[in-house]
Design a protein around this ligand. Sequence first.
Ligand code: MG
Length: 463
Amino acid sequence: MWGDFLAKYFGTNGIRGKLDEMTPEFACRMAAAFGIWSGRGKILVGRDTRTSGQMLSNAVCAGLISAGCEVLELGVVPAPTVELMVHKLGADGAITITASHNPPEWNALKFVDSKCIAVSPERGEGIEKIFEKATGTVEWNKIRGKTAYYGAIGEHVSTILANVDAERIRRRKLKIVLDCGNGTAGLIAPRLFRQLGCRVLTLNAQPDGFFPGRNSEPTRENIRDLIESVKATGADMGIAWDGDADRVIFIDEKGGYIIGDKSFALSAKLAMQRNRRTGKRSNTIVTTVATTDLLKDIAREFAGEVVYTKVGGPYIAEKVAELNSVSGGEEAGGVIWPDVHIGKDGILTAARIAEAVCDTPLSRLIASLPRYFNAKTKIMCGEREKLELVERMKREEGRAGKATLIDGIRVDYKDGWCIMRASGTENLVRIFAEAKSAKKAGALAAKWKKKVEGWMRNKKASK
Ligand code: MG
């Protein structure tokens, strides 16, 4: 009954589905499995602003209680708030009910363990096995209960205030436009930035599960109103979050949209500077194999190193914890600041970038980073074929440069790099290239695409 859904949706970060699959029955049973997997201890539950959130939260709490867990319900909060509170409250894990940037009809369960590391597909298999065994409720006298805990957002705000130079930001009186996208950022960001003495203007700051203001993915097209507002009001910067506020996107004082890999690179630079003063962490930056070489440049500046993982948030968090790294992140604008906590935190990222903007305009901070160009393309193919194509690329191109085989194949050449991965959800392979010029990046991607298409043509002809 449940097998197909699991096979289809136990993805890179938790379980995602529309409500015909992500039913309260499913959520209840999966939460019970997670409760058992995590040792039947103290589990936090939070949710985003989606219309299905309360229903699924009730089901998740019931499942956890049935497994003998003690539940603390945080209510509607950003995903990073839940993760921070795992540390603060010494919890054994957390479930956040959020479909992040997906359309309003979707929802998802995101799991983190007691170290606040998101559960990867590999570790998720352990939960899946318990789920399939169908366990009963614990004995009546082992049932603990649920307590509402509504102070989490205040604690997140005070933690951030304690981890930036709040006085410096207050003196500068930055003018900032916040686009909360009707998601959970609206519950924390205006409050935080007002406490930082900023002149705050807001767009879509009211939480609303219909997301009437804009689509919750903060792409350039979706946040056009923010870009216009920054320009019209002469603000120092604009900030936009996705639905659960783990990812953040910035607009500079000229209205320029800053892509996620640049704000991640700037964040990593700020974290490296901070670590140079404190020296508490290993001089490493963790990111996925698909991330820009900008991170290598930042690491080199501080005599550090970039460590690659497979694509997916949980892998980054696992590695950051293992290496005690200075920074972790991904190209879509999700950044981990391990000196505070190990979850991607779009609110903390926003505060730390604002701190840097006190001295230097955002456009100049970004312009000081080396420039790269990229090209991406995809090739439709069969389900089994996509894996065969990646294997063949490993054999044929793996020796042409420095090959990294953690996820698909990435080859670093003298003057650029290229990666090919099989899509996890669709029947296609994706090729991404990066180089110091647009021409070179385009040529690299085209070269790999031509190779793949040639193999596919030959295979068809030989049939
Ligand atoms: Mg998100």
